[in-house]
Write a protein that binds this ligand. Structure first.
Ligand code: TXA
Ligand code: MG
Length: 328
């Protein structure tokens, strides 16, 4: 692809070094990036996104060699996970060094780090030569962007540059893991599956934070709020294949859309249907879920009914997003 000579990436890198804010693709979702070591630039990310300052950002690195500057400890288990899953959709929460501004970590003693697996993100990180703090490039609480158009529609005009790297391959955010002497715990389900993680480090703990039904999560991973990833259209979830019968959901006066996992049985009462994966493949479903939510949200519906997926593999991450989207 000759990324090295991409003038847009060089421009984006120069903007970042000068304190600018740039949207860029990763394999999970698009990020809204600033130089992680520049507090004023990071402050603009919070402003543009409308994000509360208690919600810390993930810092992106071009490779594992960047960890030592930002993390005070890199336990063997974390190193093993990094070796196995970086570059890729895994974020490791580690004790921070003073080099990381408090604004990035929302005052926490830890920093969230990840090495993205997207050629444009990699090229940008190498050209900028600074770590990039980046949340997903959507307004706070809204549906995450998996194309450059999603970013332009939601935040265009507010960012200096949107790098277009095509649709995101994974489609859901990274899995966030806290690694301490006490062990590994999941703070957010995402693009690296629990099964794959446990194959490397054995059983891991679940933080109540990942569970929207848990009482007052908030503290350890402040960003995992019950309501998140929400379209403007009201959304409800239904158990996967619990019943083909959504009786009463649609009426002539109400336009209802269906977000289905695979080819649904009974669609007559729906005004619009999005199928995440006709063959029932969880990877394909993850890659499609946010784009399908964006389309349904733009269709002028009164209600979206989302079918939950099997609670395994990437299904956990997708269901987490659907449940939070429904929590409006
Ligand atoms: O795939 C991704 O992770 C994308 C791409 C752009 O890399 N980024 C992303 O960022 O999803 P964001 O800001 O939307 O979500 C970051 C999550 C939040 O739930 C936040 O609370 C958590 O990571 N987080 C960040 N720093 C943390 C820390 N020090 N301790 C615990 N949780 C942290
Ligand atoms: Mg987000």
């Amino acid at each position: 692809m000759g990324c090295d000579s991409n003038p847009e990436i060089a421009r984006a890198a120069a903007l970042l070094r000068a304190g600018g804010v740039v949207a860029f693709p990763t394999e999970t979702v698009y990020g809204l990036g600033a130089n992680a070591l520049d507090e004023r630039a990071v402050a603009r990310v919070f402003e543009i996104k409308g994000r509360p300052r208690f919600d810390p950002l993930i810092v992106h690195l071009s490779g594992v060699e960047g960890v030592s500057r930002l993390a005070a400890e890199f336990p063997p288990t974390a190193q093993k996970l990094a070796e196995e899953f970086w570059p890729g959709p895994l974020t490791l929460v580690l004790p921070k060094t003073p080099a990381v501004p408090d604004l990035v970590t929302a005052g926490l003693a830890t920093v969230a780090l990840r090495v993205p697996d997207h050629p444009m993100a990699q090229e940008l990180l190498r050209a900028a030569r600074v770590p990039i703090a980046a949340p997903s490039a959507n307004p706070f609480g809204r549906v995450s962007p998996t194309t450059a158009d999603h970013v332009r529609e939601q935040l265009g005009g507010q960012v200096e540059l949107v790098l277009d790297g095509g649709p995101c391959r994974v489609g859901v955010e990274s899995t966030v893991l806290a690694v301490t002497a006490a062990g590994v715990s999941v703070m957010r389900f995402g693009g690296t599956t629990l099964e794959d993680i446990e194959a490397v480090v054995g059983k891991v703990a679940m933080k109540p934070e990942h569970n929207p039904a848990a009482p007052s999560a908030g503290l350890a991973s402040p960003g995992t709020l019950p309501q998140h990833y929400a379209p403007r259209t009201p959304l409800i979830v239904r158990e996967f294949e619990a019943t083909g019968n959504f009786a009463g959901v649609g009426t002539p006066a109400r336009r209802v859309g269906l977000l289905a996992f695979r080819s649904p049985r009974d669609v007559a009462q729906f005004d619009r249907v999005e199928v995440l994966s006709p063959a029932g493949d969880l990877r394909e479903a993850a890659a499609n879920v946010f784009a399908a939510m964006h389309r349904l949200d733009a269709a002028g519906l009164d209600l979206i009914v989302a079918e939950l997926l099997p609670e395994q593999g990437l299904g956990r991450a997708i269901n987490d997003r659907l449940r939070r989207a429904a929590h409006a």
